[in-house]
Every structure is written in C-alpha cells, then in structure tokens.
Ligand binder design. Sequence first.
Ligand SMILES: NC(=O)c1ccc[n+]([C@@H]2O[C@H](COP(=O)([O-])OP(=O)(O)OC[C@H]3O[C@@H](n4cnc5c(N)ncnc54)[C@H](OP(=O)(O)O)[C@@H]3O)[C@@H](O)[C@H]2O)c1
Length: 275
Amino acid sequence: MKTWMITGTSSGFGKALASKLAQEEGVNVIATARKEADLDYLDQYDHGQIKKIIVDVSDPQAVKRAAAEALAFSSKIDVLVNNAGLGYFSTIEESDLKEVRYMFEVDFFGLAEMTEALLPQFRANKSGIIVNISSALGLTTLPTMGYYSAAKFAVEGYSDALRQEVADLGIKVLTVEPSGARTNWAGSSSEKKVPEIADYAKFKNMVATTDQAVDNAPGDPALIAQAIIDAVNSDKMPDHLPLGEFAYNGSLDKLRKLAGEIESNRAISLSTDDK
Ligand SMILES: NC(=O)c1ccc[n+]([C@@H]2O[C@H](COP(=O)([O-])OP(=O)(O)OC[C@H]3O[C@@H](n4cnc5c(N)ncnc54)[C@H](OP(=O)(O)O)[C@@H]3O)[C@@H](O)[C@H]2O)c1
C-alpha cells in the first residue's frame, strides 16, 4: 500500500487528486480540509483506505495535530502533497499587507509547517516524496500578481534547498507549476483589489476579470491531477513540473531573458570578487 496525504482537498486540484487516488488499488488517501462536510464526496470510494483530517494550515498547532493524526492512521506516508493555497490579486502598492501576510501563512508557512511535521517520518523511513504545489507564477510573474508570485517564489526557493538537503536521505521534492486552471482559486479562495490609483488604471480589467479568466482557463484540474500522479509514479520524477502552455512558455521566456541578461553583464558580475 502507498499512502498519499494531500492538503486542501475540498476543491480544485486537491479534490481532483484525492478523487483519483481514492479510486486506485493499493493507495491509502489522507485528505485534509477545513470543513468535514467538504469531504463527503470521498464516502462513495471509502473501503477503509481513506482518512479525513480537518486542518487549517495557517494554524501551526493544528498542523502538528494533523500530522500526528495522519501518522496514527498510517505509520508510513509515502507522498505528501502541499496543495492548500489561495491567491491575491492587487498591484503591489494597493495591496493590504495584513492580507498578504495571511496569504503567506497559508501558501508558504502552512506548507513549511506541514513539511517540517512530517520530515522526521520521511527520514526514519528513508523514503518519501514531497510535492509542493507552486504555480507558473512561481517561475515567472505578471502585474497584479506580485505578492502571490512572491509567496510561490518562496515555495520554489525553499523546495530547491530542501531537495538538496534530503537528496541523500531517500527523500525527493517535486515542485508543480500549474498555469491557470478551472478551480475556485480566483473565486472564493482569493482576495481581489481592483486598482483605484489612476496610474494603475490599465490593470483594472485584469483584476476585475480574474474570476472569468480562471473559469475559462485552459487548465483541467483532472488532467493536472493525473500529470502529478504520473510524475510521482515515474522512475524519472523531475524536480519541476510546469503544467500548461503559460507555465511552459512563460517560464522558458523568463529564464532565457534572465540568462541573456546575466551573460551580457558577465564582466561586471565577475569584477567584484578579489580572490
Ligand atoms: N487554479 C489555478 O489557476 C492555479 C494555478 C497555479 C497554482 N495554483 C495553486 O494550486 C493550489 C490549489 O488551488 P486550486 O487552484 O485547486 O484552488 P481551490 O479550488 O481554491 O482550492 C484551494 C484549496 O486550499 C484550501 N485552503 C485555503 N486556505 C486554507 C487554509 N488556511 N487551510 C487549509 N486549507 C486551505 C481550500 O480550502 P477551503 O475550501 O476550506 O477554502 C481548498 O481546498 C494552490 O496552492 C494554488 O495557489 C492554482
């Protein structure tokens, strides 16, 4: 039996992942949500292999309790998917930093708390995969998405360092960078501030229409869930899994531009070391 634990399974990618895995042979599913009733959809698949846990990942004590509950259900968690997250749509200047801090509590510190709570069991078992759901906006960015990108860039940097620290311990880390997909992410899961400062008027429409943009986004949560399952089950799991055209082209454009800029300033870059 393989045990997967997934946070934020009330909707979107988390629900798609939990639904698929709950129908697979030989898989235990630990599904977390903030409200018990949001997990009723799993009952149809339950034959003792499903454990529901209620946790708000922004509460560190609740995360520790959730990890303990998960380990009481299964002493070996093979795959942890840190999926719970929300968006924030505003220009940098018009963002409310109290709300931004809350987003970081969920998107970054919630993921870090859950990972920290489960790392001792991954080390003890000398195996495991940690899947961190980042975003295409963790590799590149867009106006009005600055703080959301900052949280997802934090997930990327954290994951890249963790991957190096645990590589010799049998533990792997996968960051997933989905493009826009049809979930609740831009709806009930996000704060939106349509720009009011005239200098940012050209971004008004971008924030005002995010709900519709995500409703019409090309990304299918079921296909994204399947791509994540396939990557985790493959012998050659990548470190990064950009999903969708925006993630693919957007991240390559960003990286090519960055590489070109760094190369073109080689002399300056190398001029500051004196030994
Ligand atoms: N959809 C996209 O376009 C897109 C693209 C790239 C990356 N992502 C990322 O994908 C992940 C999943 O989002 P989604 O698109 O599937 O959106 P979603 O449908 O809104 O799902 C988000 C999940 O996170 C949970 N969540 C939010 N705050 C939480 C908290 N404090 N504690 C525990 N759970 C919490 C939600 O639970 P509740 O129902 O209780 O709120 C929900 O289960 C997020 O990390 C998001 O940033 C989304």
